[in-house]
Design a protein around this ligand. Structure first.
Ligand SMILES: [Mn+2]
Length: 348
């Protein structure tokens, strides 16, 4: 934790800020090791760091925080402390009302963004972080196994999702990383078709997109199956998506840019004539947030490096017919990439 804070301190000195104020929960966890229900305010100066927390959670913070903790009763105490700052670093997501209060009550003259440095730190996962994400992925694999066993004609999408969530929690997950997507039949053409009351029918394509939130880290995986015997067109689009997904995972390694990796998958799907049906990016970073950097999109020029954790999730979506998406969470290694979600990818 110390080195994370010292890197931030170097950055604020170099960029002529008097201090930095961190308020986003996942960043508070990243820099202090504490995760509080009500959150708090981490104030970092070039040579110091203090974590201001509500009185209610002071004891919890003292036990878990790597940074000295101080309690406050009213936000006015924080505004008072900040009066000696002119230029303050903030996260881009800071609310306008909070920054207005800081301007009025603490007389902050200028805000600078911390987003670049936080991204640069969080985008590369440490071996310890990778270990936790790997565990989160293992839980996602268990939930997927249950989905593959349980899905059958007549059951509702919601019922399957509930069983998956149960398995995740029984295996240590704090919660689901996001609302489980079970999109069957024509609904499978909706990339974000959260589980509904629809009953699964014979012949349905079913897209299952799920992940676990475990010890503050996320996992993300998608499989698509056919209930019963697949028809020719279902098989065709499945094989195309699978080829694109495999080739992209194989090509993922240090040195390749996010957009070039997206292009590898997109070119394959385009060659088969479905380019306009691949309506989203190839993938995204995964960590403390389910969607973080880098974006594996057609425009992201991030060069992949060892320690990045990203998803590879090409898809084809045909309105009124159905869709296929296959997704793994992978980690970039020194010379390639390793899949952290391991459920088999062949059509079931
Ligand atoms: Mn995803």
């Amino acid at each position: 934790m110390k080195s994370r804070i010292s890197k931030l301190q170097e950055y604020i000195s170099k960029n002529e800020m008097d201090g930095a104020l961190i308020t986003r929960k996942e960043n508070l966890f990243y820099f202090t090791g504490s995760s509080l229900v009500l959150g708090g305010y981490l104030l970092i100066t070039p040579h110091d760091a203090t974590f201001f927390v509500p009185e209610l959670e002071y004891e919890e913070a003292r036990e878990t925080s790597k940074v000295p903790v101080e309690k406050f009763k009213k936000l006015d105490e924080l505004y008072e402390t900040l009066k000696r700052f002119n230029v303050l670093g903030m996260e881009g997501s800071t609310s306008i009302s909070f920054s207005n209060s800081l301007k009025e009550k603490s007389k902050i003259e200028e805000f600078k963004f911390l987003d670049d440095v936080i991204k640069e730190l969080r985008i590369i996962k440490t071996p310890e972080e990778i270990k936790v994400i790997e565990d989160a992925c293992r839980i996602a694999d268990m939930a997927m196994m249950v989905a593959l066993e349980e899905i059958s004609e007549g059951k509702t999408e919601r019922e399957i999702a509930a069983k998956m969530e149960y398995v995740m929690k029984m295996n240590g997950a704090d919660k689901v990383a996001f609302d489980t997507i079970i999109a069957s039949g024509k609904r499978s053409a909706l990339p974000h078709g959260v589980a509904s009351d629809k009953r699964i029918e014979k012949g349905d394509l079913v897209v299952i997109d799920e992940g676990a939130f475990y010890r503050h880290y996320n996992s993300d995986m998608t499989r698509t199956i056919v209930v019963g015997t697949p028809n020719e067109r279902q098989k065709e689009i499945y094989e195309i998506v699978l080829e694109a997904q495999r080739k992209a995972v194989e090509a993922a390694k240090p040195g390749i840019t996010a957009k070039d990796l997206d292009k590898i998958a997109r070119d394959i799907i385009t060659e088969y004539g479905y380019g306009d049906k691949f309506i989203h990016s190839l993938g995204h970073g995964v960590g403390l947030q389910i969607h973080e950097w880098p974006r594996l999109s057609q425009t992201d020029e991030t060069v992949l490096r060892e320690g990045m954790v990203v998803t590879i999730e090409p898809g084809i979506y045909i309105p009124n017919f159905g869709g296929v998406r296959i997704e793994d969470t992978i980690v970039i290694t020194s010379n390639g990439a390793r899949r952290l979600t391991k459920t088999e990818r062949e059509l079931i």
